[in-house]
Design a protein around this ligand. Sequence first.
Ligand code: SF4
Ligand code: SF4
Ligand code: FES
Length: 394
Amino acid sequence: MAEYTLKLRRYDPQAGDAPYYEEFQVDLEPHRSVLEAILKVKAEQDGSVGIRCSCRAAICGSCGVRINGRPGLACHTHLDKAAKTGVNADGKTILVEPMGNMPVIKDLIVDMDAVHWKKIQRVTPWLINKQPVPEREYIVPHENMVDVTQTMACIQCGACVSDCLSMEVDPLFVGPAASAKAYRFVGDPRDAEQYERLKDLAEDPHGIYDCTHCFTCIDACPKGVAPMSQIMRLRRIAGNDHHIVDRNNGERHERAFVSLIRDYGLLHEAELLPRSYGGDSWFGKFHPAAGQQLLESLPVLARGLATGKFTVKKAMLGHRIPKADLKAVKAIYEKVEGKDRRYELNLYISGYEDDDEAAPAEAVPAAVGAGDGMPSAPGPDPNRPTAASESESA
Ligand code: SF4
Ligand code: SF4
Ligand code: FES
């Protein structure tokens, strides 16, 4: 047994009082969960503490909270580990708060309907099957199942939504969990509306290009869904395979990043905006759309110059890297762009095939040929393991 201090954020909007923090002392074995400690408090000290839970086994997704400022499942967090990262240096105080980006109903319970489920509904979370419907079942290639299994692992806990930085700035952003759900169907070869789904999410000002690529949702997810990776895959399929050029300038902005690294080996920030708006070359800055954006950015430019963040010379010429390094960067581009088609690699599935003789070796990803959602590359070698990680493109 060990003694822990649970510091709970208490708030009852109906009472009309401001939120406050209340501390409770709990004696429990260190391997017990934060949820067990909260339920013990509720059973023995204060029955009015609000917490939502069901399975207590990290399956139902209902006990999402913030523990010491980070989102997670209360039933999946051991007391000893939580205490180590606690807000006090005493090694026994654990701060528990409701998840962010969602209104609080009471204490640690947030309104998932108001935010999370609305966004899930937004992405048409069901399969729109291709026609004609086969007489028997659809046969889905193994590679495609591996590919979508990662998003199917989502338990809808809302941890990623809680700490999404873009959603804090733009509450209308479709968000990480709903985007991962969208990939669930975009990546499914049985779905008839891959293009329409992507077009919709690309054109929406609060869609896939609203993500700032901050990795927070990847850290937050207790199930390895890696929502940000799914968003990047949606973007790659939308831009590279369907050539969807969105009105938000998201696709052009990404293309500008790629071309700048190819041309300079490093990001040339002063060129980024003109290329994003005016076209993918040095002449982009003379495009009227780029000119207008540059004019609007003048105050930022003036501040940057005044604070020495950049100089006129750097703005004109960009950063330089040694010629040999630039050549090596260009060689990577040539190799990737020289492929006859693009592959999405999903390294999510872990473990070994049933073959007893399979020797542990390095990870082998499932490769899905991009473009039409159908595999065009060999799947994983059945005699070798596949390993958990996140999605990448090649
Ligand atoms: S990576 Fe994108 S979706 Fe994920 S938390 Fe950051 S902004 Fe949100
Ligand atoms: S993606 Fe992960 S963190 Fe987000 S709702 Fe699903 S399981 Fe929870
Ligand atoms: S109670 Fe079900 S995930 Fe925690």
